[in-house]
Write a protein that binds this ligand. Structure first.
Ligand code: HEM
Length: 240
């Protein structure tokens, strides 16, 4: 019997004896950001309810923006976790040893796609956040909480690339990475030890993947569907 485990290239280089703690923090920040993503996608899915007299999406955004200490809550539970998770995750990704060509088993493919989706997410999250903040490319990407529904629709429809390439790929990567990440986190924290336990948790995470993907894609569909309403929603702002 051998007790050998696979090499972990991050061990001697990053964190040294704090390596275990840094890994756990990477997992924890992934779970925290994953929780935020679930709420974010459910709120976005209210775009499906349309731009009529009762604008449900705007109501949700107003509720979020009326929370006390919003900037502190956002910094602690959104910006810092994803920053740490992204930086440490980039290191893990580029020191990974994918072995799908030698062992083409399901779990290895999940591991491989966890890293592929991570790389996609670095670019997607940067585009999404900087675009929404109006930092680059076009002011038509900028989000204004006072005109939440209209500026979200304008953002998505800024170009065919945003609506039909960037967002479908970004949503797919986010949903896969989160659902598969929740599955591996069960192992990281010692909650799913037996094969049966991992299988059961796998069903839950697969359900989560389908649910998140449906929320994300339906919100995207609604934004494209309602592009024609921009004239009436944003009479004084640039539309394209
Ligand atoms: C939508 C945004 C993201 C969410 C919700 C998220 C969530 C998670 C979760 C819950 C895990 C599982 C942790 C564990 O196994 O204990 C994970 C793993 C991972 N994440 Fe993320 N993450 C996101 C973005 C990113 C980004 C931008 C990177 C940057 C490269 C990244 C890199 C990684 C890597 C490499 C792993 C695998 C760690 C391992 O197997 O040891 N993630 N993520």
């Amino acid at each position: 019997m051998t007790t050998a485990t696979s090499g972990d290239l991050t061990l001697p280089l990053l964190g040294g004896r704090h390596h275990f703690l840094l890994r756990r923090l990477h997992s924890l920040t992934g779970i925290v950001f994953g929780g935020y993503l679930v709420v974010h996608l459910i709120v976005n899915a209210t775009l499906l309810q349309g731009v009529g007299s009762h604008n449900v999406f705007q109501t949700q955004v107003d509720k979020i923006h009326s929370l006390p200490f919003l900037i502190i809550v956002e910094t602690l539970f959104i910006y810092l976790p994803i920053l740490y998770h992204g930086i440490y995750g980039t290191w893990i990704t580029f020191t990974a040893e994918p072995n799908v060509n030698r062992y083409p088993y399901g779990k290895n493919w999940f591991y491989f796609f966890q890293r592929v989706s991570a790389i996609v997410l670095i670019f997607f999250i940067a585009f999404h956040v900087l675009g929404m903040k109006g930092v680059f490319w076009s002011s038509k990407l900028a989000f204004d909480p006072e005109h939440a529904t209209a500026t979200t629709i304008r953002h998505i429809n800024a170009s065919w690339l945003t609506a039909f390439v960037i967002y479908p790929i970004g949503i797919l990567a986010s949903c896969y990475h989160t659902a598969n990440g929740f599955w591996t986190a069960g192992i990281t924290w010692g909650l799913t030890i037996s094969a049966a336990g991992q299988k059961r948790w796998g069903y839950v995470c697969s359900g989560l993947f389908v649910f998140l993907l449906a929320c994300g894609m339906l919100a995207l569909y609604a934004a494209v569907r309602d592009a024609g309403s921009l004239n009436q929603l944003l009479p004084n702002l640039p539309r394209r």
